[in-house]
Design a protein around this ligand. Structure first.
Ligand SMILES: [Zn+2]
Ligand SMILES: [Zn+2]
Length: 300
């Protein structure tokens, strides 16, 4: 049985205390130093330990990066292309069916879509961080691997191009976007108008799910972000950088929502993730984060 993951040096509680004091930057040894993306850890710490604890030189990170295959790359390319076509097609139909007297419903639908996307980002992120393993057939290398890589080399995402960053999220939204396109193609304008607010909700949800990893990438990017992105982060419409750093404290057990991050506050207050983990551990006997812990320990 693998040992229980060691708590970060400052730990979750201290991180929460720090966030409660309106500073969401856990700046102790358990946290990474992203302002220096080539270093990834404080200097005195690097001297203390010959094996890197984070970053592209970490043995586990190198092994995980090598598992990125041409087949996986193709899946991402196809997903991005199809998703872009469907978003353009559906946007066109939403615009031509727009009527101003539905404006307030549209606004509510967009905010509800963002909240739902944030929750789903947390659920998927939590599920992949906490359970499963890279050794699982096909699924492990394709979909668990990026999550393991992200904890031991958090700035690798900033070196991923548009396709690698967004490929999997584009894949996730293909089905609902295709269904919507089918409806716009087959239903009469009157029938479309009847469910217009619902379509706006589904579209906002799909777009924010699609954008989630791009938003996540921005939250790790400290140089060269466009002004409009840092403005959106500053007003917390998308995941702010300081906010997301709370998640990157070992053992990565909180603040899983990475679209807007809005739900991290209520879910933390409710103890939502630890409760769910205790329930799953009681039912299955699986230890949370056992595989993630295994990868962080790979120093050779
Ligand atoms: Zn994570
Ligand atoms: Zn991250």
């Amino acid at each position: 049985m693998p040992p229980r993951p060691r708590r970060g040096v400052i730990g979750r509680d201290a991180a929460m205390a720090a966030s409660a004091a309106s500073s969401e930057v856990p700046r102790a040894r358990g946290s990474m130093a992203e302002e220096d993306p080539n270093q990834n850890q404080p200097e005195e710490e690097a001297r203390e330990e010959r094996a890197p604890r984070w970053g592209p030189q970490h043995a586990g990170a190198r092994e995980l990066a090598d598992l990125y295959s041409p087949g996986k790359r193709l899946q991402e390319w196809v997903s991005v292309m199809l998703c872009a076509i469907l978003v353009i097609f559906n946007s066109y139909h939403l615009v031509i069916n727009f009527s101003v007297d539905q404006a307030h419903y549209i606004l509510i639908a967009i905010v509800a879509g963002m909240v739902t996307a944030d929750f789903l980002s947390g659920l998927v992120h939590w599920g992949a961080d906490t359970w499963g393993s890279v050794d699982m057939p096909i699924f492990g290398k394709a979909f668990i691997r990026p999550f393991r890589e992200h904890h031991i080399d958090p700035t690798a995402i900033t070196r991923h191009d548009l396709v690698e960053t967004n490929g999997d999220n584009c894949l996730a939204t293909l089905l609902p976007l295709s269904h919507m396109a089918y409806k716009f193609h087959t239903l009469s304008p009157e029938a479309v108008r009847e469910t217009y607010a619902w379509e706006c909700y589904v579209f906002a949800l799909a777009v924010f799910v699609t954008l989630t990893n791009q938003i996540h990438k921005w939250s790790h990017t400290y140089f060269g972000l466009p002004r409009w992105v840092t403005a959106l982060q500053a007003v917390h419409i998308v995941l702010p950088r300081r906010h997301h750093r709370v998640h990157h404290v070992a053992p990565h057990e909180t603040y899983f929502c990475i679209t807007t991050g809005w739900l991290n506050y209520p879910l933390e207050f409710l103890g939502f993730w630890p409760r769910l983990e205790r329930l799953i551990e009681a039912v299955t006997g699986e230890k949370p984060r056992a595989d993630d812990f295994k990868w962080t320990q790979k120093v050779k």
